[in-house]
Design a protein around this ligand. Structure first.
Ligand code: NAP
Length: 525
């Protein structure tokens, strides 16, 4: 039977209509208000969510890894059961095509199941044992054991551009729940209906797993109000955020100014340089041009890994590549952007590029409706690249920079801000130059790719989706892949703690069957 959509907060695992101000979702297509209207979470409702999260923490963190793994799998199942409704509502709220939302659903449930596998594999627990050396001279060594414990309730800010994979049950939520942290999500106002449907799926899994309701809450309202309240709350132990640099930095400041500061893992802004080396452009210019235009325009360019700058040698083959880019981009049509606000920010960014020292390589056609701007590619000299051109323009607005020498290229890359990714197109004959670039890139980015495109982030054990500021606020971590769990854990050492009082993962009989590092060597269960 078809359900009527209701958009509601989840407070301590239960739906609550909300008693804050009334809000209307809007259609991405034209900004028209959407039914049903819903209400922001009130301060009293927020208080209940925060205190329930604090109360749930000790119970939840004491659950074994199998309980948590089965909980994550139940969330995935419950999302799948709501798949059609999520897609139907998601298309209207975000303007993203149904096929893309269905793919993203698969990625989201895959991510939850990956964290279930991470929990069962066990090395996330960081178990180490240095056995006592009672006969060591001049002093005996004590028995030392170490494991990782969760930080506390985590505040997660849903992202506009991934309404599933980086939102209510996205990578931040999945990794925090896996770590043993209750989660309070601040839903993104760009897709409240999707957020509510997914919030219901998580609440259902909380109940089916017999966990305290405080393990999950989701609040609605403006970032400056409920978002700030959430990060300032003393019961919150860490923050996961994906969005603008201004929003991320504001939350970092709030978190640092608390009497007890907490870590904020904010993924913010990246222009993901793609460097084409001379032999690669000679060998493969046409294919590089085609791949570039596809990657640039994918999802209206609204990816954090969008290839914002393409760096091309000034040569006949480089000119040909640009000619092909021009031809291809002129054949592209714009797609509706995620929110009217993101559309107007894109227009402002494009206008700033037009009035900077640039030329237009090619411009496509606007799509249907008022918020589907034409994709566009600009060109500038690498020598003129500076602050005016370095800001991310979120959307399908590319910038091609032309360079004259390996030295100029080196200088350009060395001057870049921190990035999520950098890509190098290199043929065999380019490897010497590429070898020189690698150490510079390592200092700037979280993921280095060769001969491919940065859009499309694999969710695996090895992936790094992070990078130095301003790509993220903390370059030591990743927000995608198995290692994302490490953001929400901290180490505790146990010295001479009696065997019967030790946590399971560091006991000699290893009842959870986790890998343990014993006296420096890994011992597998
Ligand atoms: P955003 O404006 O930063 O908003 C993201 C979330 O943070 C929203 O829930 C928002 O709440 C909240 N927020 C924003 N400023 C805040 C503040 N000062 N205090 C507390 N909470 C705050 O990002 P967006 O809506 O996703 O998109 C806007 C721009 O972000 C884009 O144009 C693009 O430049 C950038 N963006 C970058 C990436 C990336 O991965 N690099 C991804 C998505 C977006 P409310 O909106 O409800 O107030």
């Amino acid at each position: 039977m078809e359900r009527t959509l209701s958009i509601h907060s989840i407070i301590a695992g239960a739906p609550v209509a909300g008693s804050g101000e009334e809000i209307s979702a809007v259609a991405a297509f034209d900004g028209a208000p959407l039914e049903p209207a819903y209400r922001a979470t009130s301060p009293e409702e927020f208080e209940r969510a925060a205190s329930a999260a604090a109360d749930a923490f000790d119970v939840y963190r004491a659950t074994d890894h199998e309980t948590r793994a089965a909980f994550l799998e139940r969330i995935a199942d419950a999302i799948e059961a709501r798949g059609a409704e999520i897609t139907e509502r998601g298309v209207v709220e975000t303007g993203l095509p149904a096929a893309r939302l269905e793919n993203e659903r698969g990625r989201t449930t895959g991510q939850l199941r990956l964290f279930a596998a991470v929990l069962r594999e066990g090395s996330w627990a960081g178990a180490r044992i240095d056995r006592a050396l009672p006969d060591r001279a001049p002093a005996p060594r004590p028995d030392l054991r170490r494991r990782l414990v969760p930080l506390g309730p985590v505040a997660v800010f849903g992202a506009s551009n991934f309404p599933l994979a980086f939102s209510t049950a996205g990578g931040d939520t999945a990794s925090a729940l896996a770590a043993g942290c209750p989660v309070i999500v601040k839903a993104h106002q760009g897709h409240p209906g999707v957020a509510s449907l997914i919030g219901d799926a998580i609440a259902e899994a909380v109940e089916a797993s017999g966990l305290p309701g405080g393990v999950f809450s989701q609040v609605f309202g403006s970032g400056r109000d409920i978002g700030q309240r959430l990060v300032a709350d003393p019961r919150i132990g860490a923050v996961g955020f994906t969005g603008s640099r201004a929003g991320g930095l504001s939350l970092v400041r709030t978190a640092q100014q608390r009497p007890v500061p907490i870590p904020v893992y904010a993924e913010m802004s990246s222009i993901n340089p793609v460097v084409v080396l001379p032999a690669a452009v000679e060998a493969d210019g046409g294919a590089i041009a085609a791949g570039y235009v596809d990657s640039l325009t994918l999802g209206s360019g609204q990816f954090c890994t969008n290839p914002g700058i393409l760096v091309v040698p000034r040569s006949a083959a480089g000119d040909e590549l640009l000619g092909r880019v021009a031809e291809l981009v002129r054949g592209r049509t714009g797609q509706t952007m995620l929110t009217p606000g993101i559309h107007s920010a894109f227009r402002e960014g494009v206008d700033a590029r037009r009035s900077a020292d640039t030329a237009i390589v090619g411009e496509g056609a606007p799509g249907e409706g008022p918020h589907a701007p034409a994709p566009i590619v600009f060109e500038a000299d690498a020598a003129s690249f500076g602050d005016a051109l370095a800001d991310e323009v979120f959307g399908a607005a590319g910038l091609v920079l032309r360079y004259d020498s390996a030295e100029q290229l080196h200088g350009l890359v060395a001057g870049l801000e921190g990035q999520l990714t950098a890509t190098v197109f290199a043929a065999e004959a380019d490897h010497e130059v590429a070898r020189g670039l690698l150490p510079v890139l390592e200092r700037r980015v979280g993921r280095i790719l060769f001969n491919g495109w940065p859009t499309g982030v694999e969710v695996t054990w090895t992936m790094v989706h992070g990078g130095p500021f301003p790509a993220t606020s903390d370059s030591r971590s990743t927000s995608v892949g198995a290692a994302a769990i490490e953001r929400f854990l901290r180490p505790v050492a146990y010295q001479n703690v009696p065997a019967g009082l030790l946590p399971e993962v560091v006991r000699d009989d290893n009842p959870w069957g986790v890998p343990q590092r014993v006296d420096g060597g890994i011992v597998l269960p």
